[in-house]
Design a protein around this ligand. Sequence first.
Ligand SMILES: *Cc1c(COP(=O)(O)O)cnc(C)c1O
Length: 377
Amino acid sequence: MIRLHVPPLEPADAHEVNSVLDSGFLVQGARVAEFEQAFAKQVGVAHAVAVTNCTAALHLALLALDVRPGDLVPVTTYSWLATANVIELCGAQPVFIDITADTQSMDPARLAETLKRLMANDETRRRVRAVLPVHAFGQMADMPALLEITGRYGLPVVEDAACAMGAGMAGKSAGAWGVMGCFSFHPRKAITTGEGGMLSTDDPVLVRRLRALRNHGLDPDSATLDFVLPGMNCRMTEFQAALGLAQLRRFDAILAQRRALAARYDAMLHETPVRPPVHVNGRTPVYQSYVVQLPNHAAPRRAEIIASLKSHGIETTIGTWHMPMTTYYRTRYGYRPGDFPVTDQVFQSSLTLPLHHRLSEADQREVVSRLLQECER
Ligand SMILES: *Cc1c(COP(=O)(O)O)cnc(C)c1O
């Protein structure tokens, strides 16, 4: 089977994990602190806060910004469900913003329109609390344009950078643009700790709130035990941090290899009916997923194509989810096809191809030739 993804673990990583188990100190200690510091340096921010997963990171980010019941949070349409679910879990309401076809991330023009409307009305203006774009599949959203628009209204931006560790534009990394960035170490991401997540921020007030929120509300700066807000338990374990640190040391090589594999797919797909991911000038993608667009005549058969490729030993999957059209959001807010035309189109024609360090050139040829055959039927 040509797998969709294989985590880049090495036998030596087990030694790092074992040394933690031997130490007997298992949760949020020296290894977590070391992982946080190395991660902050990687992103180019002052602080990083390790948590249990990226869903928790997104949730804590909204709680740290005081997102409350009744608030409105403009968010991209096309993402893993966690991105919108955390807004609902705060009692707030997502305001979905369509994507651009090239980046597959939040369209600045649609955000500008929506904010203009919400901010012109006294009742809605008071409720808009934060804006939540996603760097889809590790390709940067248009952060300069998005920040210019949110800056007009003084709104904070939280970046869902779950897939975007190492991505950047204009010399600045994903997670260093907004007030906070949220990252994932799920096994499908570039480096993994099993489950795991991280927040990045430059703001000393927010970092203090985040550290309290992840640990039962305990004041992280007080010499005595003092609980200053209602927090949760979102602490990372020491063995997860040890695993994360081991991969972080190899991160440049891991990324270089992913980019080389992506470039090889790009070349193989050149001048075929299957469209490779769009490269936007000046942005460095990281290819958490390598997502192609099927030709229009093949897109309606995508489920069959996925099944047929699987029967030939090739694991593929859809891109990600059209969140407003999932049952919960569609029935709660009454969305219909056509409300988000770009997402409608991108969602149905996207296909993720295998991309991992064990993938050989022959594997990639096999994937592409089978895929092209399937599209021709
Ligand atoms: C993976 C992912 C998440 C969730 O991350 P977990 O660590 O699994 O909670 C959130 N947003 C996006 C865009 C993702 O790809």
